[in-house]
Ligand binder design. Structure first.
Ligand SMILES: [Zn+2]
Length: 378
């Protein structure tokens, strides 16, 4: 008689139509659901909502490979390449993946958040309601309002439709990870301030802590909703409800890049987080011991160039840069014969650039760098 090996997680693959092109073809994305039928949290991970930010797809590939051999307590939902419209808009060598080409809106700004809905819901919660019940009912309410938006008679823009269809799945999750890339970028992660401790659970060296302000992105739509609800309930009943919901945006290097070995590290980092949250049953993945540098969102600054021209980026993402250090040199074509030929962009204070613009030719007013200022060790 042979000993039965554990079968490992069961994988269920389905598809969802997130858009329809002018020829009438539905643009489907795959949804990979992994579960061993054990009770536990739900995890939702998507990649490439911005079409040029493709590295998350290789991360999801590595996650699926690893999860085949790991017991899952709960459910993990993976949605790679969640924006097939964005991925396919090419102009020559480049992918124009940041904006819905029809309406011009950022693909990561159309998710649902409604503070009035949260207030109204909180008003109906009674003091003795259990957290699980509140969570269950509020998720149902969120799904109903997303459906209502999707079915409204006046319709919605392309990006918002796509966002809401994805969010409808993410609403069920306790942990939401949205995988992005910067233009030319070092690894960093956006973390809600209340989940600051979770910075230690990822192997990512740079952490941006965000307040309870919704600006349209998926992570905010997830955590601001539950954060606001717990604040409302605290006001009304003087009790602290911990819904245990966390959501993050992970920026995994530069756009237009697929790197399998870096992707393995990113997947291991996510598995370390999931192991710490007991979603997966393994001691193989642990958050790395590393220096982590944090910043509050208000101190995450954009450096614009006042000059247009051809740029040499003199500092790299992740470098420590001193005030007045040259960050970029801009070649001015009309003044190559005199001292105005080269303009310099200086660091306004001590900082760490996280990312810079990907092109060497820039117009004045271009966002050249995004930088940590007033940073601290986490
Ligand atoms: Zn992005």
């Amino acid at each position: 008689m042979s000993i039965q090996q554990p079968l490992g997680p069961r994988l269920h693959k389905s598809h969802i139509s997130v858009a329809q092109n002018a020829s009438g073809r539905h643009l489907n994305v795959p949804i990979y659901e992994l579960s061993d039928g054990i009770d536990g949290p739900t995890v939702y991970i998507q990649s490439s909502i911005h079409g040029a930010e493709v590295q998350g797809n290789v991360v999801i590939y590595h996650l699926i490979q690893a999860l085949k051999n790991i017991t899952i307590n709960g459910k993990i939902i993976l949605v790679p390449n969640c924006n097939p419209v964005g991925t396919n808009i090419k102009a020559g060598e480049y992918t124009l993946g940041r904006f819905d080409p029809v309406n011009g809106t950022n693909w990561n700004r159309g998710y649902h958040f409604d503070s009035k809905q949260i207030e109204d819901f909180a008003a109906k919660v009674s003091k003795n309601d259990k957290v699980d019940l509140i969570k269950h009912e509020f998720k149902a309410a969120l799904k109903a309002s997303i459906d209502e938006k999707l079915n409204q008679a006046w319709g919605l823009g392309l990006a918002q439709q796509l966002n809401l269809k994805l969010q409808r799945i993410a609403v069920d999750a306790d942990f939401v990870l949205d995988l992005h890339n910067g233009p030319v970028s070092t690894r960093h992660i956006y973390i809600p301030e209340y989940a600051k401790e979770s910075a230690q659970l990822f192997s990512i060296p740079h952490c941006i802590f965000i307040p309870n302000i919704f600006a349209g992105a998926l992570d905010e739509a997830c955590f601001c909703t539950w954060w606001t609800l717990s604040e409302e309930l605290l006001k009304r009943h003087n009790t602290q409800c911990n819904f245990g919901i966390e959501a993050f945006t992970l920026e995994m290097g530069s756009q237009e890049v697929i790197d399998f070995s870096e992707g393995q590290k990113d997947a291991d980092s996510i598995l370390g987080y999931l192991a710490s949250k007991s979603v997966i049953d393994t001691s193989k993945y642990r958050p790395a011991k590393m220096q982590r540098i944090g910043v509050y969102l208000k101190d995450y600054k954009t450096l614009f160039t006042d000059f247009g021209g051809m740029v040499e980026y003199s500092v790299k993402p992740g470098d420590f840069v001193k005030k007045d250090e040259v960050m970029a040199r801009v070649l001015n074509i009309d003044d190559l014969d005199n001292e105005q030929g080269v303009g310099q962009v200086l660091a306004p204070c001590d900082l760490i650039p996280m990312l810079h613009f990907p092109s060497a030719s820039v117009l004045s007013g271009t966002q050249l760098f995004k930088c940590f200022t007033n940073f601290f060790e986490v």
